[in-house]
Design a binder for this molecule. Structure first.
Ligand SMILES: Cc1cc2nc3c(=O)[nH]c(=O)nc-3n(C[C@H](O)[C@H](O)[C@H](O)COP(=O)(O)OP(=O)(O)OC[C@H]3O[C@@H](n4cnc5c(N)ncnc54)[C@H](O)[C@@H]3O)c2cc1C
Length: 313
């Protein structure tokens, strides 16, 4: 194992290099990010929906994060995002290679036709081999967090997401045991964005291309159909762009019963993991938890982004 210069931090804060770029489809760019420091990347168990942070070069250019300790990292974070670079959240779609040749695969959505393009999508549109970027990722042996898929003893899975959640669902499907059962629904901008994904035989995968239809409707309908509920969605006006309601965390401050949260999910054996545009996910949450009475401990609802709102840097 290598020892990197920033080994004083319990995470990897590293410059990484783009070693491969692949335009997967009209809406997805796949990048492979490499650095000798990634020899120290790792988590305790499957990656599932492991998230990482990417920092896109700002006015200051690419920062030298080598050897930063906690105080230096906090001082760097405190700088204006325009100068130090905008930070965005992505999913580890896959890990390739090993040791100093380890590469993390990240699939980035290009969001055209939806208003202003943010720094993440803009970077992905232009990226080529040799570009460098800063990454924050789990260091093997240290707690980093960032895995929300915790099905416990559930025997039936429901995975649902829009294009930004495709990498997470794909990674979860790849990590599931072969006897897993359930269904995954993935809404993507175009038919041409449909991918071939590895998944257990007992988990069906349904792609829902919008092809110009309204965002979120097909996903909401599929989830409610799956649960045998009519398509009656509550009107959602106020949306928390940081919506994050999981069995162990509530962005709205709902009380969480820790004792039960870790035990598992026994109501019908269902565990639902739903991520995507915050308004779409909020409507689903209200339908499932308020109207259908699904226990909040059986579901993770995550706003991965909010239409018209730049994510916090
Ligand atoms: C845990 C987690 C994992 C994620 N994993 C991935 C991933 O693997 N791949 C991925 O591409 N995204 C992923 N996302 C979503 C990603 O972080 C957001 O889409 C982010 O806003 C992209 O940053 P940006 O700089 O492109 O746009 P921002 O600067 O944040 O936003 C600029 C504008 O673009 C709009 N916008 C942002 N995203 C989209 C979109 N997808 N479609 C249409 N308009 C959009 C915003 O509403 C805003 O108007 C993840 C988010 C979370 C929380």
């Amino acid at each position: 194992m290598t020892t990197t210069a920033s080994a004083t931090l319990p995470l990897l804060l590293e410059q990484v290099e783009v070693v491969r770029v692949e335009r997967l489809s009209p809406s997805f760019v796949r990048v492979e990010l490499g650095s000798p420091a990634l020899a120290d990347f790792g988590v305790d168990g499957p990656l599932y929906d492991q998230r990482i942070k990417l920092v896109f070069p700002g006015l200051d250019g690419l920062p030298d994060v080598t050897g930063m300790d906690e105080a230096a990292m906090q001082a760097w974070f405190a700088r204006p995002a325009e100068e130090r670079g905008h930070m965005r959240t992505y999913t580890v779609r896959d890990v390739r290679g090993s040791g100093v040749a380890t590469r993390l695969v990240v699939d980035i959505v290009l969001h055209f036709g939806d208003g202003p393009v943010g720094p993440g999508a803009a970077w992905a549109e232009e990226v080529s081999v040799g570009h460098r970027i800063v990454m924050m990722a789990p260091r093997r042996g240290s707690a980093f967090g960032g895995i929300e898929f915790v099905p416990g003893a559930a025997d039936r899975l429901l995975l649902a997401g829009d294009e930004t959640a495709v990498p997470a669902v794909a990674s979860i499907l790849a990590d599931l045991p072969p006897d897993a059962r359930g269904a995954a629904y993935l809404e993507v901008p175009l038919s041409a964005d449909v991918q071939s994904l590895a998944h257990p035989d007992g988990v069906s995968v349904t792609w829902l291309p919008r092809d110009g239809a309204a965002r979120g409707l097909a996903l909401q309908q599929a989830v409610l159909d799956h649960l045998g509920a009519p398509l009656v969605l509550p009107e959602v006006e106020e949306v928390d762009p940081d919506l994050w309601e999981t069995p162990t965390y509530s962005s709205s401050g709902e009380e969480i019963d820790d004792a039960v949260a870790v035990v598992g999910h026994d109501l019908d054996g269902l565990y639902a993991w739903i991520a995507g545009e915050a308004k779409v996910v909020t409507a689903l949450r209200r339908a499932l938890v308020n109207d259908l009475g699904v226990d909040r401990r059986q579901v993770a609802f995550m706003g991965y982004w909010r239409l018209g709102v730049a994510m916090r840097s």
